[in-house]
Design a protein around this ligand. Structure first.
Ligand code: BGC
Length: 581
């Protein structure tokens, strides 16, 4: 089922609103707001554009108690676990016992706006496509949760940052919600949204926590999707630039690290598979392989334009890059076919967006396989892309074995109806010995196995073989969803997250080995995530947090992994804030 008939009527009515037919018969929705108009959060917009957008989403839940910013209360002392069960030991005691991180190593926790903020409809925020998807797509979120309320970080950030300060991590990586600032994606600005982020940044600065800010973590303003199909339309580039420049100009003096995009590879799943009719109006490019590569194309161009503007015109103070979703692909044997299959898998994931480190163009394997599906980059665009990242940012969670298809890659690459097209390789997380490649995460993250040695190999491979131009690499996300964590009846049981603790220890050990033994210049590591949050297709039952969130009381409780990570950074010379406990 896609839609109830009532909601279908509603969406069609909305799409017809202000619609006009273009020459190609493609209706466009124009929102009647002028760029000069200031959006007033207290003005009654019922029956106007914003209310209509929210009507399209449907009823939005609010928290019964927490509806305004809460002042922090004193933090409890943390003893951490360990009397009857030790922390997880390192597998590399001899090599690593005395190894130290390089000075200035960036580390901290992470989150993103839609996954943590809650307060979805409050203070003038416009909906993003994720509000619509979580509310209207019955197949979207396994546990039927939404981002409406979650941990209400939007109102509890002062408490959350006070706790981070006590923890002592010097950085915090999160994202800004585009539709909180521009409820329609462009046009009028929401003053309440700006005031909120002014306060958020000021609060971080007050504690000495450095923000690493993503400008986009998948929450495309719904109005822009309604109007022209989001990232399938070149118009999005200017709208994104307008928003992103506004944010950078306002906060740059406090933000040493900017991420233009969180994982442009998201185009793969966001633009390939969604059911037409919910996100995709009956016009524009529907979901599928064309949309996937067009989305990637405009994302890469938007990134490059912003990064070049940031350094050349704006003269920004910080560093700018985008975060790559990248998993380590290991050929299952050393046969030529398996090696080539692993190379193709890498080309189609991080190679696709590797232009900043090469000649600015897409890999040859993508061009050969995709033909006219892959947009062409002009000479000027390639020049723009090349050199547009100050460092490589890798969100590297796990690893896969890759093998050649029985018929070889070439036959598949010529046959667009081959089920393995266009990657044309076979990947698996089962080792030849019958074991999974590593211990499995929660079933809601079935793609995730704990593979700490994979991150070490991957860091070397990226900097020495895949993109030798990379001189500085940051692991901008890694993290784990403890299996069955939501099944425990008691919080004290749930917070002994042994498998996540082992993952964190193993990943950090291997990142350090990449630095000390393999001489890779890894300059940062950020753990996903500061606390439990909304895990896209799985919802809130799949938990990635280093703190447990009780969704009824909104209480956050540090898990064993929170202490394991802190102990690790203390042991290996990580920098801590002066007020750290
Ligand atoms: C994304 C996060 C997501 C995490 C775990 C990362 O790739 O940036 O938004 O929650 O993976 O799936």
């Amino acid at each position: 089922m896609m839609f109830s008939s009532a909601s279908r009527t509603l969406v069609l009515a909305l799409l017809t609103l202000g619609a006009s037919a273009s020459r190609g018969g493609t209706p466009t929705v124009s929102y009647n707001v002028s760029a000069a108009e200031t959006y007033l959060p207290n003005k009654d917009y019922s029956n106007e554009q914003l209310a209509l957008l929210w009507y399209q989403v449907g009823p939005v839940a609010t928290h019964p108690v927490v509806t305004a910013t809460v002042e922090p209360t004193p933090e409890p002392s943390w003893a951490g676990p360990g009397e009857f069960h030790p922390f997880v030991a390192s597998n590399y005691p001899e090599e690593l016992a005395v190894a130290k991180l390089p000075p200035g190593f960036n580390w901290g926790m992470t989150s993103s706006a839609y996954q943590l903020e809650g307060a979805a409809k409050d203070e003038g925020r416009g909906p993003s496509i994720w509000d619509l998807l979580s509310h209207r797509n019955p197949n979207q979120v396994a546990d039927n949760s939404t981002g409406d309320v979650l941990a209400q970080h939007y109102y509890l950030y002062k408490q959350d940052f006070q706790r981070l300060a006590k923890y002592g991590s010097p950085y915090y990586s999160t994202s800004i919600s585009w539709p909180r600032i521009f409820p329609f994606g462009k046009g009028p600005i929401n003053e309440a949204g700006i005031k909120h982020y002014d306060d958020v940044i000021a609060e971080l600065v007050k504690h000495g926590i450095k923000p690493a800010l993503s400008l986009f973590h998948w929450d495309t303003p719904l109005a822009l999707f309604n109007e022209y199909g989001g990232w399938t339309n070149p118009k999005i580039v200017d709208d994104y630039l307008n928003y992103a420049k506004f944010v950078i100009a306002r906060y740059d003096k406090h933000v040493p690290v900017w991420f233009t995009f969180n994982e442009p590879q998201y185009c793969n799943w966001q633009y390939s598979y969604y059911p037409a009719g919910i996100l995709y109006p009956s016009y524009g490019i529907g979901p599928g392989i064309n949309a996937r590569f067009i989305c990637g194309h405009y994302t890469l161009l938007a990134h490059a334009k912003l990064a070049k503007w940031y350094h050349n015109e704006f003269k920004g103070k910080g560093r700018i890059s985008f975060k790559n979703s990248g998993n380590y692909y290991q050929p299952v044997t050393n046969s030529t076919g398996d090696l080539e299959a692993a190379k193709r898998a890498t080309d189609f994931s991080i190679g696709w967006f590797g232009g900043p480190w090469t000649d600015g163009d897409y890999p040859q394997s993508l061009k050969d396989t995709l033909g006219e599906i892959l947009p062409t980059l002009s000479k000027a665009e390639k020049a723009l892309i090349k050199g547009s990242c100050d460092f490589y940012a890798l969100d590297g969670y796990t690893a896969f074995y890759v093998s050649e298809l029985p018929g070889g890659a070439n036959a598949c690459a010529r046959n667009r109806s081959d089920p393995n097209y266009p990657e044309c390789g076979s990947s698996s997380q089962v080792a030849p010995n019958g074991f999974s490649i590593g211990p499995a995460a929660d079933a809601g993250a079935s793609w995730l196995k704990s593979t700490p040695t994979g991150i070490r190999k991957f860091l070397s491979a990226i900097t020495k073989e895949i993109f030798p131009a990379v001189k500085d690499i940051v692991v901008s996300e890694f993290g784990f969803a403890e299996p069955f964590e939501s099944e425990y009846a008691s919080v004290p049981d749930a917070i002994w997250d042994l498998r996540r603790t082992d993952y964190i220890q193993g990943f950090l050990d291997n990142i350090l080995l990449a630095i000390t033994e393999d001489h890779v210049n890894v300059t940062g590591a950020y753990i996903w995530s500061i606390m439990d949050n909304f895990e896209w297709g799985s919802g809130i039952k799949t938990r990635f947090g280093m703190q447990y969130v009780s969704y009824d009381t909104l209480t956050r409780t540090p898990k064993a992994s929170w202490f394991q990570a802190r102990n690790w950074f203390k042991r290996h010379g990580g920098e801590f804030l002066p007020g750290a406990e």
